[in-house]
Design a protein. Structure first.
Length: 454
């Protein structure tokens, strides 16, 4: 402690403090020599006054010098300290009673905060104690000084950061916390289903943990760090993507297929099972890729038939009762005329402008459109120039198409019987008026429908 420094600049303060010392307000230990010194000062004052009255102004300077010297001696011994200041980046922010208190405030604050953070903290700013306050600012209690310190400084700690694709995502108190947060995040996305074998768990992005000096105010705890890595509020996607590859081997049922065969002895609407279908089974191994728990790809790795499925064969009547209550007999090719109208407006084959891929049958919007033969619906919906169309697969590469319809009454996968209504005639797609565009397709190539339905 430098009391000389104190005297040089703060004579008024020193006098005030010496007065306090004499009044006994200062709790510092008062030593024997100090008491003597004060008595000496008082005695000297008396003697000076006596000399002054006797000998005049000549002696004034000498007396004053002696007085100051004696006061200096008294203060040096009596004073426990002088107001000291805490400086933050050179700026005085708090004045404490003395240097020891100022140092204690800083030490206590750092100790408390280190305990709170769970890691040793230090100031981001340059924090120092000045032995002597620059002015006579109010002397703060230690508690108040700590509050001022908290407001005027930022704390840092040797923590860690998580970087994603090279840019910093978040700060935590240690490399261990960062690593644990990442491990926990991976575990979040592992399936609960223990029949799934986990082949691989990794981050889609380049994710890195690095030790770094970080601001305490930026620190996230373990749970907060996990949430931050899943947060989709900023960009719509989580900053970190966990990619999980799973493998599963299972036995699954193979449903039997139903085949229809026309039987001349049955009437339309009558069916008879010729062979009962039996489901088969197979062992299949699949790999599933998930990103943050969402399946993004599924691949069959291997398949092994355990029980072969047996087709169901259904015999059905070839005699068809139409909507107009007329009966239609299937042709030798096993098909019926697909609608009520019979006038052909455009034949199959070469036309002046193009090659016509089907047969146009005139009619009215709303007329029924029937399946020319039993089969499975493989297409049902709006397809460009065809408009609303239905394609039925009859097996052995044979298909029929019904286009420009007003409405569709079947769905993909439906098994339809011969003569079953699949929709109504219309003029959707590239069409100039109500008609049914009917195609017969063999192995992907159209052929003249009249050979099948007439
Ligand atoms: Zn046509």
């Amino acid at each position: 402690m430098s009391n000389e420094h104190f005297y040089e600049k703060h004579d008024e303060g020193s006098l005030k403090n010496s007065a306090e010392a004499e009044a006994g307000s200062n709790k510092a230990t008062v030593t024997k020599p100090a008491t003597v010194a004060v008595e000496d000062v008082q005695a000297q004052n008396l003697r000076c006054a006596q000399r002054l009255s006797l000998k005049g102004k000549v002696f004034l300077g000498g007396c004053a010098a002696a007085l100051v010297l004696l006061l200096a001696l008294a203060v040096t011994v009596l004073m426990p300290g002088q107001p000291a200041a805490i400086l933050v980046d050179g700026q005085q922010v708090a004045v404490l009673k003395n240097q020891a208190q100022a140092e204690a405030v800083i030490a206590d604050y750092l100790a408390e905060q280190s305990k709170l953070v769970g890691n040793e903290v230090f100031f981001a700013e340059n924090v120092q104690v000045a032995e002597q306050a620059r002015d006579d600012s109010e002397v703060l209690s230690r508690g108040n000084a700590e509050a001022v310190l908290a407001m005027t400084t930022r704390l840092k700690t040797n923590g860690a950061v998580i970087r994603v694709e090279g840019s910093q995502l978040l700060s935590v108190a240690s490399v261990e916390i960062a690593t644990e947060a990442l491990d926990n995040l991976k575990k979040t996305y592992l399936p609960e289903d223990d029949t799934m074998q986990v082949l691989e768990v990794k981050f889609k992005q380049e994710v890195e943990v690095a030790p770094k000096e970080v601001f305490v105010s930026d620190l996230l705890n373990l749970d907060e760090a996990k949430l931050a890595m899943k947060d989709t509020s900023l960009t719509g996607t989580a900053p970190v993507t966990v990619l999980v590859i799973l493998e599963k081997t299972k036995v699954e049922e193979v449903p039997y297929q139903t085949r229809f065969e026309t039987d001349g002895t049955l009437r339309y609407g009558q069916t008879k099972t010729k062979q009962t279908g039996v489901n088969g089974s197979r062992e299949v191994t699949i790999q599933v890729a998930q990103e943050n728990g969402q399946e993004i790809a599924r691949q069959e790795i291997s398949s092994n038939t355990l029980v072969q499925a047996v087709d169901e064969i259904v015999l059905e009547g070839a005699v068809v009762r139409t909507a107009s209550r007329s009966l239609q007999q299937a042709t030798d090719a096993g098909m019926i005329w697909p609608t009520t109208a019979t006038r052909i407006s455009s034949y199959y084959g070469a036309r002046s402008s193009d090659n016509h891929t089907g047969l146009d049958i005139d009619g009215e919007t709303g007329d029924p459109v029937w399946a020319a033969k039993a089969g499975t619906v493989v297409t049902a919906g709006y397809y460009g120039s065809y408009g609303n169309q239905v394609v039925i697969s009859h097996g052995d590469g044979l298909q029929t198409r019904y286009a420009h319809m007003q409405s569709i009454m079947v769905s993909v996968g439906d098994e339809v019987a011969i003569g079953q209504q699949v929709g109504t005639e219309g003029s959707t797609g590239r069409s100039t008026g109500s008609h049914l565009h009917f195609e017969v397709i063999i192995d992907g190539q159209t052929t003249d429908p009249l050979a099948y339905i007439k």
